[in-house]
Design a protein around this ligand. Structure first.
Ligand SMILES: [Zn+2]
Length: 407
């Protein structure tokens, strides 16, 4: 059933669509439909078959805003590349991915409303972990505006989650160089944050630096996982310190007892293999795989968001599917709003790589037009490699994050 909100959202989004691209580039943009058609119901049922929705937490969901609702969110207009997309995806693609109309009275509100509407297509119990995103900071812990691609305050993420606790939890972001970093961490814990998010290369965080020790101690004591982006980051340039995204750096946190989730399983780009006497480049994913085979007492995990995107090698998915021993430590995440960018995942490429049955592609394509989050989940449930697929454990993520403050 179409609600008034849907009509407002999608009517305006159609205007955005035309203004941006014209009809000839329709395939590049999210048509922002709503209301799942009956014809897609069997696909949705297959998606949830064997899953416990009450355990299904999407561990990688971005909040985004311009601050026009008083949220405190900011976007750095000077940067032409931002976010996590394929190459040069600009703001308009991200807003379209999230179905934020060009003439929305409030970008902040339209973003959250669309996310809520998408969530309503999921069974009761499914939740999304909404990310705050701190500023890039210098070595003295002062925010550096020129390096801050976008900023989402902790208070905003906490507030959005508190307003809809049956669907959302929130993830704090605190730069550890801040003079009051520990106080901020205590505050986030008190407000029920279920994890912490860092993007070291953009935020200027060296995970190995001894100054992080007290912060790690507090994280370990609270058992609060830190979600760390590792591997290449093309879209959030920030401080531009690519070497800080080396997956091997997370050993410093693990060694101090911190639970770590490597975002995207470090599935993009290369990093120096620092274990060699003469370090040379290796794929970041290979370094992540090495870590996963080390004994860290179950503290190392990886989120599988965007690992099926067209800019990832099929070997990544093949490894994730076949390494069943990893599955209890692989976590479902969407990296929303990226699944709303149709070009990000080309189903024909997945079929060609032997990962997707060609017969499933047309319905998946249609589902993406209505609900990119459902599409993302369905894709992860349907893809396989020579019979191996992601087991239900990958989608039972709640146990890794639930804290007493969250009901
Ligand atoms: Zn992300």
């Amino acid at each position: 059933m179409l609600t008034r909100r849907h009509l407002l959202c999608c009517g305006a989004a159609a205007g955005l669509f035309t203004a941006l691209a014209g009809p000839s580039r329709a395939g590049l943009l999210n048509p922002c439909r709503s209301g799942i058609p009956d014809a897609l119901r069997p696909l949705v049922e297959r998606t949830f078959d064997g899953l416990d929705a009450s355990q299904l937490w999407d561990v990688h969901t971005h909040l985004l805003g311009t601050g026009d609702s008083g949220s405190g969110c900011t976007v750095n207009a000077q940067l032409s590349q931002w976010w996590h997309p394929v190459e040069v995806l600009r703001k308009r693609f991200i807003l379209n991915a999230a179905c934020v109309p060009a003439d929305a009275p409030s970008v902040d509100r339209a973003y959250v409303e669309r996310l809520q509407a998408l969530a309503e297509d999921f069974p009761v119990g499914a939740r999304w972990m909404l990310f705050a995103f701190d500023h890039a900071c210098d070595s003295a812990g002062r925010p550096v505006a020129a390096h801050t691609t976008f900023h989402v305050p902790n208070a905003y993420a906490a507030g959005v989650a508190a307003a809809c606790p049956q669907r959302f939890a929130w993830v704090a972001s605190i730069h550890p160089h801040r003079p009051d970093a520990l106080a901020r961490l205590d505050e986030a814990l008190a407000q029920g944050a279920v994890a912490l998010k860092w993007l070291p290369s953009a935020m200027n965080i060296d995970l190995r630096h001894p100054r992080l020790r007290p912060f790690y101690e507090r994280l370990a004591a609270a058992r609060l996982p830190v979600i760390v982006h590792c591997g290449e980051e093309r879209a959030v340039p920030g401080a531009g310190r690519d070497e800080l995204g080396n997956p091997l750096h997370v050993r410093a946190a693990l060694a101090q007892g911190v639970r770590v989730v490597v975002a995207h399983c470090a599935s993009l780009g290369n990093a120096l293999d620092l274990d060699l006497k003469r370090p040379r480049e290796a794929s970041a994913f290979a370094l992540f795989a090495r870590l996963m085979d080390e004994d860290w007492g179950g503290r190392l995990m990886g989120d599988i968001s965007v690992t099926l995107q067209t800019n990832r090698k099929p070997e990544v998915a093949r490894t994730l599917f076949t390494r069943e021993d990893w599955h209890p430590r692989l976590l479902h995440g969407s990296d929303y709003p990226l699944p709303g960018i149709p070009a990000a995942v080309r189903l024909t490429a997945l079929v060609k790589a032997g990962l997707l049955d060609a017969a499933d592609a047309p319905q998946l394509d249609t589902l993406r037009e209505y609900n990119p989050l459902l599409f993302d989940l369905a894709l992860k449930r349907l893809t396989r490699w020579r019979g191996a697929r992601l087991s239900p454990a990958v989608f039972a993520t709640r146990l890794h994050f639930q804290r007493p403050a969250v009901s």
